[in-house]
Design a protein. Sequence first.
Length: 263
Amino acid sequence: MYLMKSGLRSQISALALNVWLEAIRDRMLHILIGSGALLLLSSLVIGEMAIGGRGRVVQDMGLWVLGIWGLLAVIHLGSNIVRREIQQRTIYLILSRPIARPTFLLGKFVGMSLVLLSIFCVLCAVWLALIRLSSIPLTWEHYWALAFIFGEWILLAAVSLFFAGFTSPLLHNFFLVGVAFLGHWSNDLRLFALNADSAWLKAGLKLIYYALPNLEALNFREAALYNKAITPGLLLEGATVLIGWILIFIIAANFIFAGRKLP
């Protein structure tokens, strides 16, 4: 049993490392990181001209960039993470070894997570340096906001893996962006469903509400900006939504990929 677990860990580690090594040579990711860092640095200049002051702009723009750049990174990484292996026929070489399809997908997911962690650390370091330069006091709300922003990145990576298993890159990107935006409008969809007159519209909005992750449960940016206390209940709700939906999408991705016939 120990040897089986050890072999599984080594297989996942090897697959994840391969994804990470390919990503660090990807020029588009370098451009993505560089453009994000430049936008963060530009907040110093914009802050000098803004009415709210530099501190407010540095915080607001920083949290916005960290949120959006995660979606862009996942779109770039996930659209071809499975399709490329199929097109290049390398998936046959991988699966011809004693590597199960769930192990293959899990290795890809861990690799994507490592790449996202690397990008997040670079952008987060730039933003924290700007926060310190602007003499903005950091609170626990800032750290919780950052933690759940990265958690959202990982959740989107799981969503990406799910769609990458059976759609084209164009549809993958469309569905991923749809999940990201509708997930942040989840609370509004619930309110629209409660106030809708049409039974069909009410049912449709409720279906979307329950079928998609509530990403607003992971959003603590407003609390960080306005120094609002984050209760343990809200943190528990956010962690439950995050872990639960990651597991759901990974299990669903494995279920679909296991039944897929490779060309």
